[in-house]
Design a protein around this ligand. Structure first.
Ligand code: BG6
Length: 520
């Protein structure tokens, strides 16, 4: 057999293995009167209907305490769609078909009778498959996850069964615990009524096209993957910056801070995709195995390392784009003496064969000058002989920047000769832009995530060991802050790139942050 027929055989066997089927399904949303349902879930489901991506038939049932009829529930959501739909105007024909599949179940989450009512409602579905293929979306407080799953299990709507044995799934929102013990407890509660393969933990960053493209970029292009290691990479920077302050979310933020709100989930997820080894296949478990391995390779730090490598910050009053911003301590529902961090920067080492000796610098914060998420792979510089020696200027090291949002794209930066007789070099850029290549198609993360959950594909969801490993990392850092109030050098002016200590973190290594550019 020659090499190419060998390859064809491999492709054929792998391709049929990974195919998913989208079966008729009932989606039940717990917490259906909440913000997430109106802002994200219903607009996402409506867009899936608009694109003919939902299975046929399908049903959507909202479960919540407030008194509503099917009609008033639909009318409210129709109203919300005017505001939150990513495409406008709303297509009335699609909406009216969509609305016909929407119903409301008024019940209290802790009342067993409500679940019997839900079961009756589900059992009245015309199509048999809508009675057994069930997706429960828990858009509620995590403290209610255990109770909901127990009630569902008692009325027979949720059965625990292994790998695809039954078609009932739980989709759960963050925050998934507030530390490792609480995450374990939450996992234990869910596992009592559902198998791990039936639990879909959301991190909306994984629903973003650009985040999914990290694996495509790395593992479908031989030119880049060869460079993705300690031989050529000097360091990696991951920035998740937001112009917004905490605004009305002070109460929540006081309990979370940037570490729990952003690092434990979104930032570590991006890091794991950037750093992981190639998975053996694109099956959910293969991809998630590699992500967990990467997180487990992060070097644990001693308290002394943490004091040196982790910078926290909190904003005080300043301006973002000329807009005055109050200090974090003056935000509504925030303790005026709060020590909660609104900014974190850190240096991590990944102790594996690929990344040994390559520092990863991560930062995230609120009230920064720009809203942008970026990963910058900074390569080692070329030797300072030849052109550098001739021009007397150090060469700009090459870099690849993955712009995750907004202005989604990838930029390769390298040196070019400025035309003319002098040996003058200048960094130039090659840029791939999603917009110009694919048009302005920017689906909401929730569209993709809901579709994947309906199809029972867990690749874009967080596995139990992943969430627990991430908490382990974050808890150790947070513990090192216990009993240490913020010092003056840990505050930053709203509208700046965090406390000066964040710049010093890189300066100590002879490096500097490359700040994402604002949208032009
Ligand atoms: C959420 C955090 O998970 O992510 C918010 O709770 C944050 O504080 C948001 O603003 C950022 O998401 P995005 O998609 O706007 O980058």
């Amino acid at each position: 057999m020659n090499e190419s027929s060998n390859l064809d055989e491999l492709l054929a066997s792998r391709a049929s293995h990974g195919r998913r089927k989208i079966e008729p399904c009932t989606v039940v949303i717990f917490g259906a009167s909440g913000d997430l349902t109106a802002r994200k879930l219903i607009p996402a489901l409506y867009h899936l209907a608009l694109e003919n991506a939902l299975p046929q038939p399908y049903r959507i049932i909202g479960f919540a305490r407030r008194d509503k009829t099917d009609e008033s529930f639909r009318a409210e959501l129709r109203e919300a769609l005017n505001q939150f739909s990513r495409t406008k105007p709303v297509n009335e024909e699609v909406w009216s078909k969509f609305a016909a599949n929407l119903s409301y179940c008024q019940a209290d989450i802790s009342d067993a009778a409500g679940y019997r009512k839900l079961k009756e409602l589900i059992d009245r579905s015309g199509d048999e498959r809508l009675k057994t293929n069930l997706l429960f979306y828990l858009a509620t407080n995590p403290s209610q996850f255990g109770e909901i799953s127990q009630h569902l299990s008692e009325v027979g709507l949720l059965q625990k069964c292994e790998n695809g044995g039954c078609m009932q799934r739980l989709v759960v929102e963050k925050p998934f615990g507030h530390d490792l013990p609480s995450a374990k407890e939450l996992n234990a509660e869910l596992i009592r009524h559902a198998h791990e393969s039936q639990i879909f933990r959301i991190d909306h960053y994984l629903g973003k096209e650009t985040v999914q493209n990290i694996l495509t970029f790395r593992f479908s292009n031989s030119i880049f993957e060869h460079l993705w290691n300690r031989d050529t990479v000097d360091h990696v920077q991951i920035t998740v910056a937001e112009k917004l302050g905490v605004g009305s979310r002070g109460g929540y933020y006081e309990e979370s801070g940037a570490m729990r709100d952003m690092v434990q989930n979104h930032v570590l997820q991006v890091l794991s995709l950037i750093g992981m080894e190639p998975p053996v296949s694109l099956e959910a478990e293969s991809v998630r195995d590699e992500k967990v391995k990467l997180l487990k390779s992060i070097r644990p730090m001693t308290p002394a390392d943490m004091a040196k490598n982790i910078v926290r910050g909190q904003y005080f009053a300043g301006e973002v784009d000329g807009d005055p911003r109050p200090a974090y301590r003056s935000e509504p529902k925030v303790n005026p003496k709060s020590n909660v961090e609104t900014f974190v920067a850190m240096k991590l080492w990944i102790d594996n064969w690929r990344w040994s000796g390559v520092p990863f610098y991560l930062r995230t914060g609120k009230n920064l000058p720009v809203s942008a998420s970026e990963v910058r792979i900074q390569f080692k510089p070329a030797p300072n002989i030849l052109f550098a020696a001739r021009s007397g200027v150090k060469l700009d090291p090459n870099s690849i920047t993955l712009r995750l949002q907004p202005n989604e794209g990838i930029t390769l930066r390298f040196n070019g000769k400025v035309p003319g007789a002098a040996t003058k070099l200048q960094p130039v850029r090659m840029r791939f832009s999603y917009d110009s290549e694919f048009g302005a198609y920017t689906p909401e993360a929730y569209e993709r995530l809901l579709l994947e959950a309906i199809a029972s594909d867990a690749t874009l969801f967080i596995r139990r060991d992943e969430v627990e490993t991430a908490w382990d990392i974050v808890d150790a850092i947070r513990d090192s802050w216990t009993g240490r109030p913020l010092t003056n050098r840990e505050f930053y002016l709203a509208g700046t790139w965090g406390p000066t200590a964040a710049d010093e973190l890189l300066a100590a290594d002879g490096r500097e942050w490359k700040n994402p550019q604002p949208v032009r």
